[in-house]
Design a protein around this ligand. Structure first.
Ligand SMILES: N[C@@H](CCC(=O)N[C@@H](CS)C(=O)NCC(=O)O)C(=O)O
Length: 208
């Protein structure tokens, strides 16, 4: 399977960790966004939305990291442990995935991207949204070792890619003890953590 990506990109890293957890070898294809490779006609034919990560499995192309993660588990997982078939468990995982995309990672992008990519001043109102998102995550994790219960799922891998990106932005987790504990554990148990962290360090270069 071809996988268009960049190592520093959080959504790409979450898919890489999922592939690692499933023992899938992806044919990685670097796509240089700064050089505009994602806007070339040959890539637009694959993904008209021109985002990475993008997966190509035979004649099937898919983008949106969380959709790719779920697809990989459903098509190639030997078990359903990363995305259990139980409707209630699955619903909670979906809730966490949508929270990650629409609230947590969004708060990162809204606050940090203008500073990093457009040298804009920090907006304290947007920082408050980050704090609110971390408060929510801290609450979700109360009494649970993992993001959606008591075992590792794709929700952890998506959230881990996001939270580790906050670490390279020097965000202070100390006010969120459940998040800090979950994160410390995930760093030791998440398949592909090393590659994720190497990607985070690539992204960190934008902060200097
Ligand atoms: N929600 C998407 C976000 C994908 C995304 O925005 N990727 C960025 C790189 S991190 C990108 O491809 N930007 C280029 C563009 O949007 O044209 C996902 O999770 O896959």
């Amino acid at each position: 399977m071809d996988f268009y990506y960049l190592p520093g990109s959080a959504p790409c890293r979450s898919v890489l960790m999922t592939a690692k957890a499933l023992g899938i070898e992806l044919n990685k294809k670097l796509l240089n966004l700064q050089a505009g490779e994602h806007l070339k006609p040959e890539f637009l034919k694959i993904n008209p939305q021109h985002t990475i990560p993008t997966l190509v499995d035979g004649d099937f192309a898919l983008w949106e990291s969380r959709a790719i993660m779920v697809y990989l588990v459903e098509k190639y997982g030997k078990t359903d442990s990363l995305f259990p078939k139980c409707p209630k468990k699955r619903a909670v995982i979906n809730q966490r995935l949508y929270f990650d995309m629409g609230t947590l990672y969004k708060s990162f992008a809204d606050y940090y991207y203008p500073q990093v990519f457009a040298k804009a001043p920090a907006d304290p109102e947007l920082f408050k949204k980050i704090e609110t998102a971390f408060d929510f995550l801290n609450t979700f994790l109360e009494g649970h070792e993992y993001a959606a219960g008591d075992s590792l799922t794709v929700a952890d891998l998506a959230l881990l890619a996001s939270v580790s990106t906050f670490e390279v932005a020097s965000f202070d987790f100390s006010k969120y003890p459940n998040v800090a504990k979950w994160y410390a554990n995930l760093k030791t148990v998440a398949p592909g953590w090393e590659e994720n962290w190497a990607g985070c360090l690539e992204f960190k270069k934008y902060f200097s």
